[in-house]
Design a protein around this ligand. Structure first.
Ligand SMILES: [Zn+2]
Length: 189
């Protein structure tokens, strides 16, 4: 498609873009909007605006709008989340962790306390070491296979029916996927 070479001609012709062939003030050689600026400059500004917006804490209104959007589009939101490649998901999680260190620290301390409370006094130091090795094993498997491995309490520490113990024979290393299936089953009525 042929563009007019200046704004005046573009206005006369009633078209939305023109192309001078010369660099803009930021050095782009690109088409320009008749009622605006160079399209590459606009793209840059969008990206910058988005970055800036992400840095800002969300207002209550924005959060409410987000929840409303989710309620109305649950299925497509979930489908989009499920189709995201694992590497991207991990990247996002790492970023979230970086931005919310206090939240993650509290999670770890809650888990630690839960484990300590569920460990009977007669568990030996050797058995404790064995349990720690299971966690290392899960970490190692995650690294080598690329799939997330976790340590599962076969009988959950917290459940409406029974409470499991943090002891060697109640632990096993499984993939996070299996673990999620299990918790879904436990949550089902
Ligand atoms: Zn430009």
């Amino acid at each position: 498609m042929e563009y007019p070479t200046n704004r005046t001609d573009a206005k006369k012709a009633g078209v939305k873009h023109y192309f001078t062939g010369k660099p803009c003030t930021r050095g782009h050689i690109a088409i320009r909007k008749t009622k605006g600026v160079c399209v590459e400059c606009m793209k840059e500004d969008w990206v910058l605006d988005n970055e800036r917006r992400k840095e800002q804490p969300k207002s209550e209104a924005a959060k409410a709008a987000g929840r409303k959007y989710y309620e109305r589009n649950k299925e497509s939101v979930k489908a989009r989340a499920a189709s995201r490649p694992p590497s991207e998901v991990r990247q996002y999680k790492d970023l979230h962790k970086q931005k919310n260190p206090d939240y993650y620290k509290s999670l770890t301390s809650v888990r630690k306390r839960r484990h300590r409370d569920a460990t009977p006094p007669w568990v030996t130091a050797e058995q404790k070491l064995g349990m720690r090795q299971l966690y290392l094993q899960a970490q190692q498997l995650t690294k080598t296979t690329g799939e997330r491995y976790v340590v599962d309490h076969i009988v959950p520490l917290i459940s409406p029916y029974v409470c499991g113990l943090h002891v060697p024979w109640n632990l096993r290393v499984i993939t996070q996927e299996e673990n999620l299936k299990k918790s879904n089953k436990l949550l089902a009525p």
